[in-house]
Design a protein around this ligand. Structure first.
Ligand SMILES: Cc1cc2nc3c(=O)[nH]c(=O)nc-3n(C[C@H](O)[C@H](O)[C@H](O)COP(=O)(O)O)c2cc1C
Length: 325
């Protein structure tokens, strides 16, 4: 899989997720087998204003390389300036033309741009001119069911120098409801000469491999399916090579959760780590025996050490049940 001059070791990529794909999460997922990881979407306007909170999102480290940086905005010049400025910090730039959040749309960015293909062309051209890095665009199927225009948008981006297109085949109106229409990924792959990366409804290794096979896309992006389940990357790689999917033992799960916690504390300190880990612990314990009680317990605790003691007990119990089998 090649995007511009970037060679990826596998077709399984970590999708950008605002509020989730912070540095600790990316390091964890990289370690779990993601071939490329993405920052949360970063505001080009925020970079222009030199906002500290925006800049903080660019924090990185060698372990997570290669890093994809995703930008959002609506003004070609501002996005061009932002791309030039961040180029030394990443290996690839992605432009967000798909975010359905009302606040982003009000600013004329994200999926609002799907209604203005000309502007998408001008933004892509400006960013292409501003950076030597590989460039991708991430789009949705269209604004709504009556205006599916991902083929037109992808062709414009390719024409203006994009090295790849990521398609999440839901419309803006759909938000996250219904199903991603994978047939649009297949159609796009059949019509576009640059690589196509598929996104949407990859909740298991089998889903990830099936998307590759059914659509012929060059790579897939894993988003919600990886929450609490970093093993998905290795499982998908194994399945693609014909190996069976083996769920991790409780002891392995425990180690990974502990590592996640350690990375959070190292990066943000205990207060912020607790906030983030509470969310992740909810996902890690999903579908596990005693998970609901565990979640209720940790939601009553407000100190990271007691929360982590509860984590140790939860996985200790799971481990004992496993041994008793
Ligand atoms: C919490 C959350 C935050 C997201 N943030 C972003 C984002 O910042 N940029 C982006 O391009 N897509 C974002 N997405 C969309 C995902 O990258 C992905 O395309 C989408 O979730 C479909 O994949 P899935 O069904 O496997 O989750 C986000 C999705 C979720 C669930």
């Amino acid at each position: 899989m090649i995007l511009g001059n970037l060679h990826l070791k596998s077709p399984f990529i970590l999708a950008p997720m605002a509020g989730i794909t912070d540095l600790p999460y990316r390091r964890l997922m990289k370690n779990a087998g993601a071939s490329l990881v993405f920052t949360e979407m970063i505001s080009a306007n925020g970079l222009d204003r030199n906002a500290a909170r925006t800049r903080e999102l660019l924090r990185s480290c060698r372990e997570e390389e290669p890093l994809g940086i995703q930008l959002f905005g609506s003004e070609p010049e501002v996005l061009g300036r932002a791309a030039a400025e961040i180029s030394p910090f990443g290996a690839l730039i992605d432009l967000n033309f798909g975010c359905p959040a009302a606040k982003v749309i009000r600013s004329g960015a994200g999926s609002a741009l799907l209604r203005d293909p000309g502007r998408i062309g001008r933004i892509t051209a400006a960013v292409r001119k501003a950076t030597p890095l590989p460039l991708t665009v991430k789009i949705r199927a269209g604004w709504d069911a009556a205006s599916i225009n991902c083929f037109e948008i992808a062709a414009i981006a390719a024409n203006e120098g994009a090295d790849g297109v990521v398609l999440h085949p839901r419309t803006r109106s759909q938000g996250f409801s219904g199903h991603a229409d994978w047939s649009l990924i297949r159609q796009l792959k059949n019509t576009l000469s640059i690589p196509v990366i598929g996104s949407g409804d990859l909740f298991s290794a089998a889903d990830a491999v099936r998307m590759l096979e059914e659509t012929g896309c060059d790579a897939v992006m894993i988003a919600r399916g990886g929450l609490g389940n970093p093993w998905l990357f290795e499982q998908a790689g194994g399945l693609l090579s014909g190996r069976p999917v083996i769920p991790p033992e409780p002891a392995i799960r425990h180690l990974v959760v502990r590592r996640h916690y350690q990375l959070q504390v190292e990066t943000f300190g205990p207060g912020q780590a607790l906030k983030q880990m509470r969310k992740h612990l909810g996902w890690y314990s999903r579908g596990m025996r005693g998970g609901a009680e565990f979640r209720a317990r940790i939601n009553r605790l407000d100190d990271i050490d007691t929360v982590m003691a509860a984590v140790d007990r939860f996985y200790g119990d799971l481990n004992q049940q496993e041994m008793a089998k």
